[in-house]
Ligand binder design. Structure first.
Ligand SMILES: C[C@H](O)[C@H](O)[C@H]1CNC2=NC(N)=NC(=O)C2=N1
Length: 103
């Protein structure tokens, strides 16, 4: 079955498994905070690899010690789908390895 937008209720249910992520303006978002720039940049590089593997791409912002991730699914007109949650879960798996703060 083709990818479909999730209902608000389903989004809220899935967000319970992703502490730190939020839903607003039809996007899933999270900011990660690091000790410094190399760690933040390292996460961005690994996210890029995962995004190519999934063929699903977030908007990333790299600051001095922060990485912002924001994603929805263009092919359904910019709504949140299971693909966005799949990417978020993959990023959550690797962020601690780059020293992302857990607070
Ligand atoms: C052709 C290519 O598979 C599509 O454009 C993919 C690429 N990455 C994507 N990323 C996101 N976030 N949404 C999409 O619909 C999407 N589509």
């Amino acid at each position: 079955m083709a990818v479909q937008p999730l209902t608000d209720q389903e989004i809220q249910r899935r967000l319970e498994q992703l502490p730190g992520w939020s839903f607003a303006d039809d996007r899933l978002s999270r900011t990660y905070v690091f000790k410094g720039h190399p760690q933040a940049a390292g996460l961005v590089a690994e996210i890029a690899t995962i995004q190519e593997e999934l063929d699903h791409h977030s908007d990333l912002t790299l600051g001095y010690n922060k990485v912002g991730v924001s994603v929805n699914t263009h092919s359904v007109g910019g709504k949140v789908t299971g693909l966005d949650f799949e990417l978020a879960a993959r990023i959550e798996e690797i962020a601690p390895q780059h020293g992302a703060r857990t607070d």
